[in-house]
Design a binder for this molecule. Structure first.
Ligand code: CMX
Ligand code: CO
Length: 154
């Protein structure tokens, strides 16, 4: 039940400079920022568009907060660039269990806390053709989809 792209995660050395690039080049503003010590990141979410289930799609800019974090390790090896893709789902627990049953390694036993109170887990990149893949359940997003903004349009 993966219903949308929730975000593209981009690793950077300098979050403020990267935020400024996205603002000056594309006009994207910071929708939300936080430090997630569990993930070892300082992050900024740039909201790109709304989606059918009432949630949204973002660019997630990530700067590591410690040298042994996944993003720091990845930056040391590859430099800046796309770090992961995240799919939105109304049921991260159910989808992670189903995907695990298909033989893909799920990194966490139970989902953890992600941006803006979401619940997240990751699929191992070696089992996903080289792509670190995140699953996200956003509080409030529905499986059925959000009602249209203006019902008279339909
Ligand atoms: N994309 C593609 N491949 C990746 C990768 C990435 N982002 N990160 C690691 N890999 C690959 C490495 O290239 C390596 O492959 P090879 O052995 O074939 O060379 C393999 O995975 C192991 O790499 P590693 O550097 O030794 O990393 P670890 O095994 O210690 O950890 C992983 C890998 C996926 C378990 C770890 O990165 C992880 O737990 N990631 C999930 C958490 C995370 O990334 N948090 C930051 C984002 C937070 C957020 O989105 O909110
Ligand atoms: Co992410």
């Amino acid at each position: 039940m993966l219903t949308r792209i929730d975000h593209i995660g981009i690793a950077c050395f300098d979050l403020d400079a990267t935020v400024e690039f996205y603002r000056a080049t594309y006009g994207f503003e910071v929708f939300h920022s936080e430090v997630n010590e569990d993930q070892g990141v300082r992050e900024a979410m740039l909201r790109i568009n709304g989606t059918d289930d009432g949630a949204a799609s973002y660019v997630q800019l990530l700067q590591p907060t410690s040298d042994d974090s996944p993003v720091a390790k990845w930056l040391a090896r590859h430099g800046e660039g796309v770090h992961h893709i995240a799919f939105g789902t109304p049921d991260v627990d159910g989808d992670a269990a189903a995907i695990r049953d298909r033989g893909v390694r799920v990194v966490y036993d139970t989902p953890r806390r992600g941006s803006m109170g979401s619940r997240i887990t990751f699929l191992h990149p070696r089992d996903c053709h080289g792509v670190l893949t995140e699953l996200v359940t956003t509080p409030g997003a529905s499986a059925a989809g959000a009602p249209p903004a203006d019902p008279s349009d339909h």
